[in-house]
Design a protein around this ligand. Structure first.
Ligand SMILES: Nc1nc2c(ncn2[C@@H]2O[C@H](COP(=O)(O)OP(=O)(O)O)[C@@H](O)[C@H]2O)c(=O)[nH]1
Ligand SMILES: [Mg+2]
Length: 345
């Protein structure tokens, strides 16, 4: 999962980035990448039983873009837009702290509106050009209807993510990387005072805003400090602030629920591993995440729930109890399924 951190200058994007992806360094053209492992106690539980050579957690790649939107017009530089298009999820960092180098007052509602309008305009210009081209080519069918519906939605000032397009309709837009179609996390970067201020309670809490749009708050500079601490030091500090976990953990859950992600698991003497997939994926498609040969040569999946394994202690015990199921290619994968795919090539 690639998470793009965007926003206006001095809103704390780089600070939030270092809170979410501590210790990151790798760079690209106008973007810094930071990979983190998604904490998952199930991998540790599997490892305690299987003693694998390797533990592999799901990963998230955060991207901190070198450029920001313009404070006056709201527009983003072309290079930043290009980088935004490569993200699976957009994070809009909204400033709710006093930045002494900015004359610009704190105004979260204005910043959100400015950002949303910018995404709509960028998408509209892409889709209007496409509409024009399809008209010239005298194209007909669902592809044209979906494009028209999108242009209407944007013209009414609404993002494409709220349009509720079906999988088939979405497929007609493959490869266009529309920005207002991407799931959005509005991330309020609160000062320590704002964090404690009841007036900002709504911004602090995790909230579902619209379809595929959630918001939550954190205190960026504090979280960046927390992220740099040793684990036991971290625990004490969080406790002293009345927090139960780093904001990063809440953020990861928000991103997973937004993308409707879950993980299935594989376990054996070589590795215990989490595989992130979209909810609702069939066993055969899920097998393809591991290797295309396994998808192509799929025979069946041997599946059990990790909870059953923990209750019975070993695969052998599960088999003896008849708790290992044989599932076919259409089986819908469930969160916490431990799977062994049978296939031939
Ligand atoms: N008080 C306060 N200052 C912050 C916070 N987050 C960032 N800053 C400061 O705001 C300035 C801009 O932060 P930076 O992360 O570079 O912003 P960017 O331009 O959006 O990447 C820096 O001086 C940060 O120390 C915060 O949560 N609280
Ligand atoms: Mg920055």
């Amino acid at each position: 999962m690639r998470v793009g951190i965007c926003g206006y200058p001095g809103t704390g994007k780089s600070t939030v980035f270092s809170a979410l992806a501590p210790g990151a360094s790798g760079g690209g053209k106008g973007v810094t990448f930071g990979n983190i492992k998604v904490p998952d106690e199930r991998i540790d539980q599997l490892a305690a039983i299987f003693n694998p050579k390797k533990k592999v957690y799901a990963e998230i790649t955060f991207m901190d873009f070198a450029g920001s939107g313009r404070l006056d017009t709201g527009a983003f530089p072309a290079e930043v837009v290009q980088n935004m298009r490569n993200a699976d999820v957009l994070v809009h960092v909204v400033r709710v702290f006093d930045n002494p180098v900015l004359a610009d007052p704190i105004d979260p509602a204005r910043d959100e509106a400015r950002f949303n309008d910018e995404l709509l305009l960028l998408d509209l210009s892409v889709l209007e050009r496409r509409q024009e081209r399809m008209r010239k080519e005298n194209r007909k069918g669902r592809e044209v209807e979906v494009n028209d519906a999108c242009v209407n939605q944007l013209s009414e000032g609404e993002p494409l993510r709220a349009l509720g397009l079906s999988e088939d309709d979405l497929a007609t837009l493959t490869g266009i990387q529309l920005l207002s179609l991407k799931p959005l996390i509005t991330l309020y970067n609160l000062s320590e005072d704002a964090w404690e201020d009841p007036a900002h309670a709504e911004r602090r809490a995790f909230r579902e805003r619209e379809p595929h749009h959630v918001s939550l708050g954190l205190c960026g500079s504090l979280e960046a400090d927390i992220a740099e601490m040793e684990p036991d030091e971290q625990g004490e500090f969080l406790e002293s602030l009345g927090l139960s976990e780093p904001a990063r953990h809440e953020f990861i859950r928000a991103a997973y629920s937004l993308l409707d992600y879950m993980s299935f698991l594989t376990a054996g003497p070589d590795e215990c591993r989490a595989w992130p997939i979209r909810r609702g994926l069939s066993a055969r498609k899920a097998a393809g995440k591991i290797h295309s040969d396994i998808e192509r040569g799929f025979i069946r999946a041997e599946v059990y729930q990790i909870g059953d394994l923990l209750a019975h202690g070993s695969e052998a015990a599960l088999k003896a109890q008849g708790l290992v199921r044989l599932e076919g290619k259409e089986y819908v994968m469930q969160d916490g399924d431990v799977v062994n795919f049978r296939f031939n090539v």
